[in-house]
Design a protein around this ligand. Sequence first.
Ligand code: FES
Ligand code: FES
Length: 166
Amino acid sequence: MAEAIATQKIAVTVNGVKYEREVNVRTLLVDFVRRELGFTGTHIGCEQGVCGACTILLDGEAVRSCLTLAVQANGRAISTIEGMGSPEKLHPIQQAFMENHGLQCGFCTSGFVMTVSAFLNDNPDPTDYEIREALSGNLCRCTGYQNIIKSVKAAADKLNQTEPVS
Ligand code: FES
Ligand code: FES
């Protein structure tokens, strides 16, 4: 006899929009946002909490969605890269990454942007050391990191000159 699949109904807000879904209790949050809700800007890299590609915000805190179950997000607010800006109007962090060549292939970038978003919210005027420490859990195979550090400094300057977008 087939084993019964345990499911649970969850309600989440993603980028300001409410969703209710019945999910397998073992579904990972990264699979939920990508496959169930279609927010494929959140990437899957290592699937074991090492690379940071899957970073999203849960109630404003950066989390690895590959290490989080979808049911743990029940009743909470999720932010993904799709909520940060649009091609027509980039978020200041995205703009800073573009202007400072903080990306090459872009696979890691959504994870970096979400990490930086939470970081600059907590620490709007960071030192270089604090930036490096904050980014130490995000891996990039392309850039060599120097331009990412520059991008974060530029993003901090932009955000300190303007009202936060989100
Ligand atoms: S895919 Fe989640 S940390 Fe690498
Ligand atoms: S830009 Fe390619 S992995 Fe970071």
